[in-house]
Design a protein around this ligand. Structure first.
Ligand SMILES: [Zn+2]
Length: 614
């Protein structure tokens, strides 16, 4: 109970107990947590409404997902819950992973895998989209879905259910977001019932897959539950509701013995583990640090994410071929280029990557986390194919030596759940707030509005980065105000990186791999012009395959389309030049080798890692 604000706690617990239920107004829900954390991070996240994406590929992807999920049939979404509760269940069968099916036969046939698994994620994506846009029909849909769901909550739902923790974790987050971002007064009471319903079906503590499999089970999928991701959202439930039960549940499922303790001691125990869920689990360690001040859990999250970035990642920033972490020094990353087409679980992986990177960025202020986010952004998720009306979804990015972009065979998979969440999170990933100013983390067309020392400020960012090196930031302010604008200088930035303020070059040292503060008394109309020198560089797939290299231009990984010559050398690849907005060429032969960034690839066969002779 340390650091718990008693007044807020009493208010929260009364609501959780169903006493004097009332609908708090949105502003108090957005700003006032029911309980407080032990640790206040160095940087804060802006509210969703404070960042507006401007015209560009991120806004397009966000709008497309928002529109898609806003149009989803509500009876269809509620059908698996109503069926399991024995209620009338009208509406369409969505199919794929989403509805129970007699065809389910894992791992051969995954139709009917996890009934209703992504309901909470669709709810969360819509609640966040409402927070971004203020679109009333979106809020109303969130509230109707929570109401419809509330009538189905029973512990019968989890009978004969292979992954109760997995689905409940998503439901938990969806209801928490409906409460915090869509002002739904029902969401917390419904969460209390939903928690009662799942508890009889959860194990006593966190289980590894090996431990889950040691329990007698009906089929293999009972070994795949993800109890170890539960604490993050249980801690958030405690923070938002003040109900101490959630904090106890968070502590109960922290996977210390098998995961966080060895990671905190610097042991790279990732190899062999399921990739996305274990990156997601690092967010549970972060919440244990923020809520309880546990330094061990912070070290675990920092080390774990460093191991992912430095020992498990491709040049794109993606990781985990076949959804599995690999042994450093084994050469398996390189071997995966011929063995699999399932190279990076893109929407889920990008969502988890952004979430842990945002947490670590807020705690440390270290620009490396921003560098890794922009890599994942431009090289993976922005190139994801759109979800189709029948639930056909993009899942794996393909880095095979003969690769294509393809949809997953099963409809409504996990990646259909994280896709609307990450696109709603684009805005809040772009900027962070500090007491002395703002951090510009991503260079994306956007507008940030905030108050600095009581002065209303707006920062408008225009850019086509990383396709063009120039970024312009303009200030709109009621009156002059002194503060710092921190610019992320990517670790790979070249010596030509340049900053001008109101048309004059500055003498500020733009050291790569840092946030550089630009401090002054800012006035309405002030302008920063930041140009990031983007050197071409090469990155081998792993130390065992030094002659298989990817070409990078700034943060962009480039993919060869067309026939790859067998006699390429490093000098030729380093001479790769940009010919158009999103078109590059290696001057390797008479006609040259065409290179494209991931978002520009459509139906071509492509190759990320190219063989070099010298
Ligand atoms: Zn997924």
């Amino acid at each position: 109970m340390r650091n718990l604000n008693r007044r807020k706690f009493l208010k929260g617990s009364a609501a959780a107990a169903g006493i004097g239920l009332c609908a708090p107004s949105l502003p108090s829900m957005l700003t006032g947590a029911a309980a407080t954390s032990a640790v206040k991070p160095k940087l804060s996240q802006f509210d969703y409404a404070q960042v507006t994406l401007l015209e560009g590929p991120m806004l397009d992807q966000f709008n497309r997902n928002h529109k898609f999920f806003l149009a989803l049939d509500e009876d269809g979404l509620l059908k698996p819950f109503r069926e399991r509760a024995g209620l009338p269940a009208p509406g369409p069968v969505m199919g794929g992973w989403y509805n129970d099916s007699p065809d389910y036969d894992p791992p051969k046939n995954m139709t009917g895998y996890i009934a209703g698994h992504s309901f909470g994620q669709y709810l969360s994506g819509l609640a966040r989209a409402y927070a971004v846009t203020g679109d009333k029909p979106t809020q109303e849909k969130v509230q109707r879905l929570v109401k419809g769901f509330s009538a189905t909550v029973t512990e019968k739902f989890y009978q004969d259910y292979p992954l109760p923790a997995y689905t409940f974790d998503k439901t938990n987050m969806g209801l928490l977001d409906a409460y915090a971002f869509a002002a739904d007064p029902m969401a917390l009471p419904v969460l209390r019932h939903a928690t009662d319903a799942v508890l009889p079906h959860l194990p006593a503590g966190p289980q590894t897959r090996v431990e889950a499999c040691a329990v007698p089970h009906k089929n293999i999928s009972y070994c795949w539950d993800e109890t170890y991701t539960l604490p993050e959202n249980f801690y958030i439930a405690w923070l938002r509701s003040g109900d101490p039960r959630y904090r106890k549940l968070a502590e109960r499922f922290l996977q210390d013995k098998d995961y966080f303790t060895p990671l905190s001691e610097g042991e790279n125990i990732l190899p062999g583990l399921h990739a996305y869920s274990h990156v997601n689990a690092l967010c549970s360690a972060i919440q244990a640090y923020l809520v309880d001040g546990s330094a061990m859990h912070l070290r675990a999250a920092q080390n774990g994410f460093d191991f992912v970035r430095t020992t498990q990642s491709f040049a794109t920033g993606g990781w985990g071929p076949d959804e599995s972490f690999r042994k450093p020094g084994s050469g398996e990353m390189g071997e995966s280029l011929v063995r699999t087409h399932s190279s990076f679980e893109t929407p889920c992986g990008a969502y988890g990557h952004f979430k842990i990177a945002r947490y670590l960025m807020r705690i440390t202020g270290d620009s490396r986390y921003g560098d890794s986010m922009e890599s994942v952004l431009y090289n993976t998720i922005l190139g994801a194919k759109p979800i189709l009306p029948d639930g056909t979804s993009f899942y794996y990015a393909d880095y095979n030596n003969s690769a294509t972009k393809f949809y997953h065979q099963d409809k409504w998979p996990c990646c259909s759940g994280t896709f609307p969440q990450i696109t709603a999170d684009y805005g809040i990933s772009g900027y962070f707030s500090a007491p002395d100013g703002v951090y510009v983390n991503l260079y994306v067309p956007s507008r940030l509005s905030w108050k600095q020392n009581g002065t209303r400020c707006t920062l408008v960012q225009n850019t086509q980065y990383p396709y063009n090196p120039e970024i312009t930031l303009r200030l709109q302010m009621d009156k002059p105000e002194s503060f710092a604008i921190y610019l992320r200088v990517p670790v790979w930035a070249g010596p030509g990186t340049h900053l001008a303020v109101n048309g004059k070059s500055t003498s500020i040292a733009l050291r790569p791999g840092t946030f550089v503060p630009v401090r002054q008394n800012w006035k309405n109309g002030d302008r920063l012009e930041f140009t990031i020198d983007r050197p071409v560089r090469l990155s081998p797939v792993d130390p065992q395959h030094p002659n298989l290299v990817a070409v990078l231009h700034g943060p962009l990984a480039l993919f060869a389309v067309g026939d790859v010559p067998s006699d390429l050398n490093r000098t030729q690849l380093l001479a790769t030049t940009q010919r158009g907005v999103d078109d590059w060429q290696v001057p390797a032969s008479a006609q040259g080798l065409k290179m494209l960034p991931y978002p520009a690839i459509t139906n071509q066969t492509y190759r990320l890692y190219l063989p070099v002779t010298t």
